[in-house]
Design a binder for this molecule. Structure first.
Ligand code: NAD
Length: 439
């Protein structure tokens, strides 16, 4: 295929040279003439292991050309890959100035193209906030070329390479994701990246844009997590390298999809207690752990936001389906659902509770003490079945995916269903009034 790569920094140079090395005809363009000249002379403008060799081979074989004129690169290409910088703007936002200028240049080049009827894919690889492609990029091109469709389409294809191993990462990405509503762009990108082990996953544009932020936020969180632990463990005479080495051997709970699904707050007999204890150890040693302390604040906000979402609309009768801190357990200690019930009752709501697992007559010990301290008249609020709890309810707040709960929601759907765990299935999600807590 013929590809134009706009922006010849770390991402653009690796992309241009890598695509050229796999049989594509690539023209790279940059507004910085020195980068363009360096590549033209067979050298990489950025230092990355293996990149000089890749650039030299591609330039000498003629599969990689460069230009300071974006138009020259785009005219005649099947796909334009936007790899320009997206630096921080004052205030922390994203400066999209380079992206929008590149997109305008692409649109003008396509308007003046000698092949106006050939389909062109405009693909953003720069990291951009969700909504950029649909709300800014596509409308900007439409102003010059008219509606997207048969002549061109747009997409977001985030790049996941890391500096220092950019070439190796490009050829072995964790995944390749193309966010587009255009089947023609999806098929062009599948062809362009056909040399990769797995074909691109085609998703909604905003999903692809958001994914890059999710990945980088997680990487940053991991670094701070390890460093916060190290800060306190060092003072307790613990070698945190050893702790984290062992920690990373747990691929069941630690390095795994567990605890990474959006939903409701954490709770139960261990997580809040042990986190508080760790923060106490840090305080005793005059160490600040703002990120770990922040998780407790964030957890409380998760509950507060659900309360807001229930109270913001009318209706004073709430069916709370699920009470323990997780499914298949009757442990009510520090359950966020208990906190939710307590808050709603305090605000004067009528709360009808059903949990398929919790049997009040079988609650004992600290479990019983906890619920008696928070919901002293629990028995009074309990319904024998989900169907009974839903009787007369304005809103169902659901944190159980028990089959009886799902059947009851379908049989007796209230005006609103607020799903806190995302496992209720298509039939419930299709009901009028369904809302997911984070989707
Ligand atoms: P960079 O600053 O190294 O390179 C950007 C290049 O774009 C510069 O050479 C600049 O001159 C050029 N440019 C600016 N406006 C242009 C225009 N209108 N036309 C042509 N060229 C233009 O940036 P980078 O590190 O390669 O990052 C590019 C994007 O990819 C950013 O959004 C970044 O967040 C994202 N990203 C970076 C990495 C990384 O490791 N660096 C990894 C993944 C994603």
């Amino acid at each position: 295929m013929k590809a134009a790569v706009l922006g010849l920094g770390y991402v653009g140079t690796v992309t241009a040279a890598a695509l050229a090395s796999r049989g594509h005809e690539v023209c790279g363009a940059d507004i910085d003439a020195s980068k363009v000249e360096m590549i033209a002379s067979g050298r990489s403008p950025v230092i990355e292991p293996g990149l000089d060799e890749l650039v030299a081979a591609a330039v000498s074989s003629g599969s990689l050309r460069t230009s300071t004129d974006v138009g020259e690169a785009v005219r005649g290409a099947d796909v334009s890959l936007v790899c320009v910088g997206t630096p921080s703007a004052p205030g922390g936002g994203t400066d999209l100035g380079y992206v929008m200028r590149a997109v305008d240049d692409i649109a003008q080049a396509l308007r003046d193209s000698a092949r106006p009827k050939a389909f062109h894919s405009v693909v953003v690889r720069s990291t951009v906030p969700p909504g950029t492609v649909d709300d800014l990029v596509t409308p900007a091109i439409e102003r010059t070329l008219g509606p997207a469709g048969a002549a061109y389409g747009t997409a977001m294809c985030p790049e996941f390479l890391r500096e220092g191993s950019g070439v190796a990462d490009f050829f072995d990405p964790p995944f390749t994701v193309v966010g587009t509503s255009s089947a023609a762009v999806a098929s062009a990108m599948t062809e362009l990246l056909g040399f990769l082990d797995a074909p691109p996953r085609v998703v909604e544009v905003r999903t692809a844009e958001a994914l890059k932020y999710a990945c980088n936020a997680f990487h940053a969180t991991k670094v701070s997590f390890a460093n916060e632990l190290a800060r306190v463990f060092r003072l307790l005479d613990i070698d945190s390298r050893q702790v984290m080495e062992l920690f990373c051997e747990d691929h069941s709970l630690n390095i795994s999809p567990r605890y990474l699904r959006p939903g409701f707050a954490f709770g139960g007999p261990c997580l809040p207690k042990d986190l508080r204890s760790l923060l106490h150890m840090a305080r005793m040693n005059n160490v600040d752990l703002p990120m770990l302390a922040g998780t407790l604040v964030s957890n409380d906000l998760t509950v507060a936001e659900v309360v807001d979402r229930i109270t913001i609309e009318g209706g004073l009768v709430v069916a709370l389906l699920g009470l323990s801190f997780k499914a298949s357990s009757d442990d009510l200690r520090e359950s966020p659902n208990v906190q939710l019930a307590e808050t709603l009752l305090g605000k004067g709501y009528q709360v009808k509770i059903h949990d398929p697992v919790v049997k009040p007559s079988r609650l004992v010990g600290t479990n019983l003490q906890f619920v008696e301290s928070r919901l002293p008249h629990l028995q009074r609020f309990l319904a024998d079945s989900a169907l009974e709890a839903l009787d007369g309810a304005d809103v169902a707040v659901v944190c159980s995916a028990d089959a009886a709960v799902i059947d009851a929601l379908i049989a007796r759907p209230p005006k609103r269903i607020l799903d806190l765990n995302g496992e209720l299935g298509e039939a419930v999600e299709a009901l009028h009034g369904y809302e997911g807590v984070g989707w």
